[in-house]
Write a protein that binds this ligand. Structure first.
Ligand SMILES: *Cc1c(COP(=O)(O)O)cnc(C)c1O
Length: 365
């Protein structure tokens, strides 16, 4: 069975060595030494000052919204994982969908401004597949209308825009360290806030730990602390992340050299991306039928690609009156992520390319 992804597991002896320290200290959670060490190492790796390690990449978006007092309309992307929309609903905000760009599938900045009303408070955009949104345009609109910008950077670990971590932009950026992501801690995530805003960083820190400030309850916090066991995994995976990205790049380039691009589209990389992390390998088919035919051919050989992102979030059944987003709806129906992970054998990549190329020819255009 070849899945769309396979989690990287570090050397077990190395992980066990870190666990031995946990057993000695009997300090399992609540800002333990491994959590603090991982936070320091991530800050150094990403070049950011204010970063908090949390339980997942979903609750960090909720904390960002809560910490900035966002309760009204939020202009957001329909082309993301469902968490991006769900956090808005959980926080009592109203998602307002702006369609995406046909070339890189990030939110179309030109469509944001016409959607701004007096109730709009923020923009929540996703760096799709680890590729940057139109950062300058989004920030200019936010500045003009006094809106906050939150980036769902769940895919963006290790990616750089204009020489800086992609996670260092916006009023807040979030990342997911779920087992399927480029860098992982089994479950986990982080919230990054601007270097020059210690007040926001302090609010985030309180919100992460029930609002505790010594024995006082400073604010209505929640529990988003992560544990020493998760931090230990992160400490083992982080030193390997550059190697893991290089392996993803090699596999991506192998796909690039063999797939039939007369019948497939690939999202473009935003100008200004000084480092890409090869988080996924999405291909867009000429039709949904071509995609379905390919999925069937791959499944028959024990290969499981994933329709990601699908469906377009503005069509989620529990939303009412969501805006139509024809480009996102169209791309979501035709996009498929092919297997991509460090250790995926070249022969398997070659076989997948052959199966895809055959399946799309069979359907025609
Ligand atoms: C994975 C993912 C999330 C959710 O992260 P979790 O850590 O699983 O909560 C949110 N947004 C996007 C775009 C994702 O891919």
């Amino acid at each position: 069975m070849i899945n769309v992804t396979k989690s990287y597991l570090p050397d077990l002896a190395e992980y066990t060595r870190l666990l031995e320290g946990v057993w000695e200290r009997v300090h399992l959670t609540n800002d333990g030494p491994l959590v603090r060490q991982l936070e320091e190492q991530m800050r150094a790796y990403l070049g950011v000052r204010n970063l908090r390690f949390c339980t997942n990449g979903t609750i960090v978006m909720q904390i960002a919204l809560k910490a900035m007092g966002i309760t009204g309309e939020v202009i957001t992307t329909p082309f993301s994982y469902c968490a991006t929309t769900n956090v808005l609903l959980w926080e009592g905000c109203t998602p307002v969908f702006a369609d995406i760009r046909a070339d890189d599938f990030t939110i179309d900045a030109d469509l944001i401004e016409p959607l701004v009303t007096e109730r709009t408070q923020a923009i929540l955009a996703t760096h799709v597949y680890g590729n940057a949104c139109q950062i300058e345009q989004i920030e200019a609109i936010a500045h003009k209308h006094n809106l906050k910008v939150i980036y769902d950077g769940a895919h963006a670990f290790g990616a750089e825009y204009n020489g800086r971590s992609l996670l260092s932009y916006g009023d807040a950026s979030t990342c997911s360290f779920h087992a399927t992501k480029v860098f992982h801690t089994v479950e986990g995530g982080c919230l990054i806030t601007p270097d020059d805003d210690d007040e926001l960083a302090t609010t985030v820190q309180h919100y992460r730990t029930f609002g505790h400030k010594f024995d006082e309850y400073y604010s209505m916090g929640i529990n988003a602390k992560n544990s020493e066991l998760h931090a230990a995994m992160g400490l083992c995976v982080l030193p390997k992340v550059d190697e893991l990205i290089a392996a993803r790049q090699a596999t991506s380039e192998r796909y690039d050299s063999q797939l039939d691009f007369s019948r497939l589209q690939r999202p473009t990389l935003t100008t200004g991306m000084t480092r890409y992390n090869y988080a996924y390998y999405p291909v867009v088919f000429a039709s949904e039928q071509a995609l379905l035919n390919t999925v069937e051919a791959l499944n028959a050989q024990g290969i499981a690609p994933r329709r990601y992102f699908y469906p377009s979030l503005n069509t989620l059944s529990f939303l009412t009156n969501a805006e139509a987003c024809p480009i996102s709806e169209d791309i979501a129906r035709r996009v498929l992520c092919l297997p991509l992970y460090p250790g995926l054998p070249d022969e398997d990549v070659d076989r997948i390319c052959q199966l895809v190329n055959e399946a799309i020819v069979e359907v025609g255009v």
